[in-house]
Write a protein that binds this ligand. Sequence first.
Ligand SMILES: [Zn+2]
Length: 344
Amino acid sequence: MVATRPRGGTDYPRGWDELLAWFPDDAECLDYLEWLRWPEGFGCPHCGSGGWRTAKGDWSCAGCHRRVTLTSGTIFERTRTPLTTWFAAGWYMTNQKTAGVSAKGLQRVLELGSYQTAWTILHKYRSAMVRPGRDRLTGTVEVDETLVGGAKPGVAGRGALGKTLVAVAVEVHDPRGFGRARLQVIPDASKVTLSGFVTDTIEPGATVRTDGWRSYVGLDALGYIHEPVNVSASGEQAHVSLPGVHRVASLFKRSLLNAYQQYPKLHLQAYCNEWVFRFNRRHSRARGMLFFRLMELAVQAGPLPYSALIRSTRPREISPIPPVGDGRPRRAAVNDQQRPWRHT
Ligand SMILES: [Zn+2]
């Protein structure tokens, strides 16, 4: 990290004009990326040794003797798109206040020849936007699961068809207000999946608030202070008992509907990352600061070849609610009428 509090005009451009003035060509972009990546000077990504600069501007490692380009091991590795285009795209992405950015929109604004180029840039940035296992949530955190996806018309109880299950976590402040959030596409609501989500996402020692779903039982043994909240059958009361996750889930779903024409199911995790990146920095007044953070993450993230991008994990479809016994829900299942993924 370059500085605890980077400054506009010194560490990041304060506006579009300044961006263009700072980065007129790829050499200036590379210089900036190098400064973000190795603020203390070159360190080999393979062995950590120092090295020396080659005539071509790359680095040669003194330890393992590998040649390291300024972009190798970053999302910019082997790109054929000019870095000036990448920078403009990163600026455009981080300067949208609320909704996400569509590839069509980016292609139009930057006058890119190819839709695929715009799409690839956006997805590579999205892949870098959340660092798994780092910056875990602290304090009091609400956790729940929700279904995301275009509602398909159908009989009651079958609305879950074609939707994807997403785990939600958000820090809640006392007496009101929310901190940072996390969204993770999950295959099911099993104990293994949900406790894995909690340990990946939340620092041990935090207070974790959930409803009474059995998969959350045992979080104490993992080092958390578990507070199961008694959510009754009423949907209204569920909102009151776990207001944070409810708010985050509804904001996320609304932004998906607003931003994208097509339901981005296959790459839902990427959209989760983008939304979380923006939500967690919603109080940041300087939009250039978001550009700075994005670039910082982009040089820390591993490369992501296009072939791997389009192979991203395909989320499982959630089955509709199976009929329960004589047709009347069991007492324990009352609250799960809207939660078909919990019928296992
Ligand atoms: Zn090395």
